[in-house]
Write a protein that binds this ligand. Structure first.
Ligand code: SAM
Length: 178
């Protein structure tokens, strides 16, 4: 059984030909993380058409503020419309580096935009509360050579992190700010 909001977001993304939404496996992981205790303020970096947001919002306790940032105004407008009946969902149109620091810190962060740029890792870590958890998806299992995402999140002493497979062809990192 999939949350109705997720089905609506997936249909919207399909209708607009957007192929970068999170997978259902990652969505279920987001859903689990959002449902767990202590999620009082939650954010996503990169809204797309709202699929990841829908998985998160469908599991948050009532009244939990959720912020999602999207650079592309067209996508931001579509996601705003999708969540228009939920006053706890805030779709912020603009660069997450400008919009989300004003709303931080967060207990849960889905880092899904511009995560390959090393300076952004530092900024994203700064958005997390101590004990807060970040999820980064879309990693290639067994990738060789330089990988700024793994190099930062799996090595930094300020986080406890693990890489896991979400599907045979996709890996993700879960990282907690110490
Ligand atoms: C992988 S897609 C997001 C998918 C979405 N999280 C989901 O699961 O459905 C990445 C999105 O980030 C947006 N984006 C890229 N750079 C950004 C930035 N600096 N600030 C905010 N959004 C950004 C892109 O326009 C794109 O819609």
């Amino acid at each position: 059984m999939l949350p109705p909001l997720v089905l609506r977001a997936e249909a919207l993304a399909a209708e607009r030909g957007f192929a970068r939404s999170c997978t259902r496996e990652v969505g279920r992981l987001l859903h689990l993380l959002a449902a767990s205790r202590g999620r009082e303020r939650v954010a996503e970096l990169g809204t797309g058409y709202g699929v990841g947001s829908a998985w998160i919002v469908s599991a948050l306790r009532p009244q939990t503020p959720f912020f999602t940032a999207e650079l592309d105004p067209e996508l931001g407008a579509a996601a705003s419309e999708l969540f228009r009946d939920d006053p706890n969902v805030h779709v912020l149109v603009g660069d997450w580096r400008d919009t989300l620091p004003l709303e931080a810190p967060f207990d849960l962060l889905f880092f899904d935009a511009a995560k390959q740029e090393p300076e952004n890792a530092e900024l994203a870590l700064g958005l997390l509360a101590p004990g807060g958890i970040a999820l980064l998806d879309d990693l290639t299992p067994g990738r060789t050579g330089s990988d700024p995402v793994r190099e930062f999140w799996l090595a930094d002493e300020r986080v406890a992190a693990v890489e896991l497979l979400t599907a045979p062809s996709e890996a993700a990192i879960l990282a907690v700010r110490l």
